[in-house]
Ligand binder design. Structure first.
Ligand SMILES: [Zn+2]
Ligand SMILES: [Zn+2]
Length: 560
């Protein structure tokens, strides 16, 4: 009997057609390897009251016996934010990642009191056998330390995943992207490349992180009498290191403000990836006696996040830091699309308190962590994949990345543009779509998951309010004893309220009320009729909730 060639399958659970909640599964025979498990921060407009959006894990749950492990490209939230929920729902899956990524994951699991899985720390150049897959971790430069590309060897060929990267020839920590190794892997033959697409719309190359250090140094030096406050992403340890180096040089103390800034800096110091003298850092609670000219505060809140340290300062609500004319505030980030309004409100409020604020593109206060067109071209030309799938981008990014690959000679039939839920099969001579998998998004609200119906209700409640019809019914004779109408977020005058009560009574009188299905019919009738009258009169569409309350008998006062 001829042994059938086994196929390589790649399923997309998140991170395609969107920037956020990255998650991919690679399957060969009876083994599955997961890559990343991220989350997305929700927007107030589309998803009111939601804390977090994570991938739908149905595919993982259905294939639990085949899952051999999850490899993490780096510790950003869009790559690790879903892990606590994955482990909670799917049990113990071994996790592989850089020391920083693993420390960040451990912190999340401890906070949520989730059983620790086997956490494996790997470094650039390491190779691990995970089921049938031989996974090599390759150093890349990005806006967080400990970022990897992955070369995954399977019996059906090599899959190369770029992870998030830029090509920084002068990295702050001296650990550059391992272009030599990537070229070697490319020369030995790569079957499929998954390439990140975030900055495909930008020409040229991304500026080195070192440039931000130069700008920050100039800001510190040209404001020798002022207190300096720099807001940036806590996970950008390289940038925090640069700020600390500048402060040590000019003799300023450093204080960290904001929960994640304090946590991650502490973590990074323990891992020896953040380095400073013992007397450089002072706790934020102890900054009182320090002269403005001798202090620099590194804080969270560069995106105007409502609960962050910088927002508290700008609103005059921070316990330790009172903003005034002695302050220069540098916002070392770009607003992520959707956050602009919050960031500009923050800037306005800082100005109102008398601070000098530095932000935006006038100064090189921030550089991206993602590859621009020339870097994307270099990566494709080194890896030289047979098949190519652009990832980590909205549809337009993926489309543009396809165009770039076409311009470099990859044939159209060898490129696939994918969506969440798609599965790709690589056969001996082709790459094809196969049956879709169950996938999508799950909304996390506090400790529970909610669905899209809940969201629709929330939107309706927030714009048009709610009308509750309480029908008190005597269950013995099936007669309506009274109707109460409660409203929230919408106002009825006395006359209209009476009209609604009469309509409710009439509707009840003309309906049958015997079994479950008739009761359902009555409720629907009430919803429809009342909604229509409200729409005609008040031009509003509140949620209408009829409640049928069956009373065994009328309660008399003394029974209570
Ligand atoms: Zn990233
Ligand atoms: Zn990312």
């Amino acid at each position: 009997m001829v042994k059938k060639n086994k196929e390589l399958e790649v399923a997309f659970l998140g991170g395609v057609g969107e920037i956020g909640k990255n998650m991919t599964a690679i399957k060969y025979a009876n083994d599955i390897l997961l890559i990343d498990c991220g989350s997305t921060f929700p927007s107030m407009d589309d998803t009111p009251g939601i804390d977090l959006i994570i991938p739908d894990f149905s595919f993982v749950k259905e294939n639990l016996d085949k899952i051999k492990g999850i490899v993490i490209t780096h510790g950003h939230e869009d790559h690790i934010g879903g892990i606590p929920y994955l482990l909670q729902e799917c049990g113990n899956i071994p996790v592989f990642g850089s020391s920083l990524a693993i420390a960040l994951i451990k912190h999340k699991l401890t906070e949520k009191k989730i059983n620790m899985p086997k956490l494996n720390v790997v470094k650039g150049g390491d190779k691990k056998n995970i089921g049938v897959f031989g996974v090599e971790f390759i150093n890349v430069t990005h806006s967080i330390l400990g970022a990897f590309a992955l070369s995954i060897t399977t019996p059906a060929g090599v899959v190369f995943h770029t992870g998030d990267y830029k090509i920084d020839y002068t990295p702050v920590d001296g650990e550059s992207i391992d272009l030599g190794r990537i070229a070697d892997i490319g020369n030995s033959g790569v079957t499929l490349m998954l390439g990140e697409s975030t900055n495909i719309e930008k020409k040229g190359t991304t500026i080195s992180e070192k440039e931000v250090g130069i700008t920050l140094q100039r800001i510190v030096e040209s404001n020798p009498d002022k207190r300096i406050i720099i807001a940036t992403f806590a996970s950008n340890v390289n940038r925090v290191q640069q700020i600390i180096n500048i402060c040590e040089k000019v003799g300023r103390k450093v204080a960290f403000d904001g929960r994640s800034m304090v946590n991650i800096s502490e973590m990074a110091k323990k891992l020896n990836i953040l380095d400073y003298k013992d007397n450089t850092v002072v706790p934020i609670e102890e900054i009182k006696g320090i002269e403005p000219s001798k202090l620099c505060i590194i804080s969270t809140g560069s995106q105007g996040e409502p609960m962050s340290a910088l927002t508290r300062m700008a609103n005059g609500e921070d316990k330790e830091v009172v903003i005034g004319e002695q302050d220069v505030v540098a916002i070392s980030s770009q607003p992520i699309p959707g956050n602009e309004k919050a960031v500009y409100t923050l800037i306005n409020n800082l100005y109102r308190r008398g601070a000098k604020v530095l932000y935006g593109s006038l100064e090189q206060l921030h550089v991206s962590g993602h590859a621009c067109q020339d870097e994307l071209k270099l990566m494709l030309s080194l890896v030289k994949p047979k098949y190519f799938i652009p990832v980590h981008g909205e549809y337009r990014h993926l489309k543009k990345h396809e165009e770039l690959a076409l311009s470099m000679g990859i044939p159209k039939e060898n490129i696939k543009l994918v969506d969440i839920g798609n599965k790709i099969v690589i056969k001996k001579k082709s790459i094809q779509f196969s049956d879709s998998i169950e996938a999508g998004e799950v909304y996390v609200d506090g400790n529970s998951n909610v669905d899209s119906l809940v969201l629709r209700d929330r939107k309706q409640l927030s714009t048009d309010g709610v009308v509750i019809l309480l029908l008190n019914i005597n269950v013995e004779n099936r007669q309506l004893t009274s109707v109460d109408i409660l409203t929230r977020g919408i106002v009825f005058d006395e006359e209209f309220l009476e009209e609604m009560k009469i309509l409710t009574e009439d509707t009840f009188a003309t309906s049958s009320y015997k079994n479950e299905s008739e009761r359902g019919g009555l409720k629907n009738n009430l919803k429809r009729k009342i909604s229509r009258v409200i729409l005609n009169k008040l031009k509003q569409r509140p949620m209408v909730l009829p409640l049928l309350i069956e009373q065994i008998k009328e309660k008399s006062e003394d029974e209570e």
